[in-house]
Design a protein around this ligand. Structure first.
Ligand code: NAP
Length: 553
């Protein structure tokens, strides 16, 4: 792509006031940030990535808690940059754990020579758009400032942890860690009395990992989860060679399925099957030990309550058997029909999670009956006045999903408007890629685009980065300096998004999916639910028709 017609001031290392100037600043050096840096650099832009951590990895840098691993298969949790890059790293198993994924992302960054353009230990705390110049001024925690034409936030969908959840946390005498800010130093569990608060996908991974090691484990459980056992075989070099040989087909496949995996809804229509045939299919996809039980089987479970009831009961029965039909454990750990239906919350994959509760050293505190009131020096006080004495508290209480990383960044757009205030009233974006009122700000993993909740993250993030990069290239070719979605386009996108959501059972869910875990957060499904293939087609339609929803000047 020629840069000859790009009329923006050429990037110089410093302006008169001593502030470094860039064509683009990428915030974050996780999966999206690394790829965005690569793409923009390939296009010839002067680009810098700012990263709060001391290393690359994003989610895989911060979430180094015991048991952390992804639940997309390694062959599709990938960069699709080149077959050579794909072949250059052989995962050890189908669902590798955090240390390996962090190493892999470092390997990718090294292969692409990205680290020289990443400034680590640099947290962005403010970004102000200057209407006069069409540029952003970015301020960091250290006070350091940067000036950039394009600001691309690759800040992650689940990267704003809810660290201060309970009164009295700082009074605790033992160790207390949020899983999303897990220390690099070893946290000792052996011989300790440990509490885990939260039984989402994260809490489940922690519980199944430390349960067998600790002296005693007290799980503070509120909303129960439907869980699916993970099948995680080791991969040999020969296995990986086979995946690599299939690189082009896999790359194509993940871009056109519902959730960005290599599997898709493929079951015959539910209504055409007998109960026995349905059960046979459910057993088959259950045995795959992946998220295909959720987004690779019957799409009807998202729309039809009667279908969802059957699938939910199928999962409940599996869980009851594993809990040896213990009535109290079943009551505390298995969702009922009145709670919610299978698949309307994120479905965690697990490995011997339920079996941990059968151990003598494990206790469950029912946080629905006795909510956590506060943290005291000795442990956790519940509403019945009881103090549960522990040495270590693991806070697996989740994140301010999709919006938190952006609203915590102090973003101010046209006319000084604040993204935090705007999104505090109504959560709106244009395909999750830009926000009206915030020119030259681009976002990935943001609300109203497919992301973690309903997508294999690398698939969606790379598509979003590619689309943003192509839009920037288009503007440069046209000699335009400022890109902003129109209010009309944004209205239409929000309407389309809501129409899709309202056809599904997910609309009723009470979880971070709808922002329900944050008091006062406007309720809207954070992820696009039309599917990766549909979303891609909508993005491509904008591109192929000259981006009519985006004003350029
Ligand atoms: P989460 O799903 O939001 O779960 C938070 C947990 O903390 C819930 O059980 C919640 O209970 C509980 N909690 C929050 N406040 C509480 C309180 N005051 N008292 C008692 N319990 C409280 O967060 P997460 O587990 O960190 O997972 C977030 C997302 O990260 C997942 O949905 C998934 O997308 C992603 N993730 C992926 C993987 C993977 O790829 N394998 C692993 C981990 C996480 P309520 O539900 O009752 O609010």
């Amino acid at each position: 792509m020629s840069t000859a017609t790009w009329t923006a001031p050429a990037a110089s290392s410093q302006s008169a006031d001593g502030i470094a100037r860039y064509d683009a600043i990428v915030v974050g050096a996780g999966v999206a940030g690394l790829y965005q840096l690569h793409r923009l650099r390939e296009m010839g832009l002067k680009v810098l990535a700012l990263e709060a951590g001391s290393g690359v990895g994003g989610t895989w840098y911060w979430n180094r808690y015991p048991g952390a691993r992804f639940d997309s298969q390694a062959e599709v949790y990938q960069f699709w940059i080149s077959k050579a890059l794909y072949k250059s790293w052989t995962p050890s198993e189908r669902f590798p754990a955090q240390p390996e994924t962090e190493q892999w992302l470092n390997h990718v960054a090294d292969q692409l020579d990205l680290k020289k353009d990443i400034q680590f230990l640099t947290r962005v705390t403010a970004a102000h758009y200057d209407e006069g110049t069409g540029r952003w001024e970015v301020t960091c925690e250290s006070g350091e400032r940067f000036n950039t034409q394009l600001l691309v936030a690759c800040t992650g969908m689940l990267s704003a942890p809810l660290t201060d959840r309970f009164p009295g946390q700082s009074s605790f005498r033992g160790e207390i860690h949020h899983t999303g800010r897990w220390p690099k130093e070893n946290v000792e569990f052996k011989g300790k009395r440990v509490a885990v608060i939260g039984t989402g996908a994260t809490g489940i991974q922690v519980i199944q990992t430390i349960g067998p090691k600790v002296d005693s484990l007290t799980v503070f459980a509120r909303t129960p989860q439907y869980v699916v056992p993970m099948r995680n075989p080791k991969y040999s070099q020969a296995d990986w060679n086979q995946f690599a040989d299939n690189y082009d087909a896999l790359k194509q496949k993940v871009q056109h399925t519902f959730a960005g995996f290599d599997y898709d809804f493929g079951s015959p229509p539910w209504a055409d099957l007998t109960p026995e045939q349905r059960n046979e299919i459910l057993e088959k996809i259950w045995d795959d030990g992946s998220l295909s039980f959720w987004v690779g089987g019957f799409p009807e479970l998202f729309f039809d309550r009667a279908v969802n009831d059957v699938v939910s009961e199928f999962v409940r029965e599996k869980m009851r058997a594993r809990l040896k039909h213990d009535p109290e454990l079943c009551r505390l750990l298995i969702p009922t029909k009145d709670d919610y239906g299978f698949g309307t919350h994120r479905v965690p994959l697990e490995n011997k999670y339920l079996e941990v509760y059968l151990q003598d050293n494990v206790e469950v505190v029912d946080c629905r009956a006795t909510p956590i009131e506060s943290i005291v020096p000795e442990g956790i006080r519940t509403a019945d006045g009881k103090v549960h004495e522990v040495d270590v508290i693991v806070m697996a209480v989740g994140f301010d999903g999709a919006t938190g990383s952006l609203t915590r960044m102090g973003i101010h757009g046209r006319g000084g408007r604040s993204l935090t205030q705007d999104w505090g009233k109504d959560l709106r974006t244009s395909m999750g890629l830009q926000v009206h009122g915030y020119p030259n700000l681009f976002t990935t993993g943001a609300p109203l685009a497919p992301a973690a909740a309903l997508c294999n993250m690398p698939t969606c993030l790379q598509q979003q980065v590619d689309w943003i990069s192509d839009l920037i290239a288009h503007a440069r070719k046209e000699g335009k300096n400022v890109i902003e979605p129109t209010a009309e386009f944004e209205d239409a996108w929000v309407k389309h998004h809501d129409e899709l959501v309202n056809q599904t059972l997910v609309a009723d869910t009470v979880s971070w999916y709808m922002g329900s875990n944050i008091d006062g957060k406007p309720r809207r499904l954070l992820s696009y639910i039309g599917g990766v293939a549909t979303y891609r087609a909508k993005c491509e339609e904008q591109a192929s028709t000259g981006y009519p929803g985006f004003q350029m000047r």
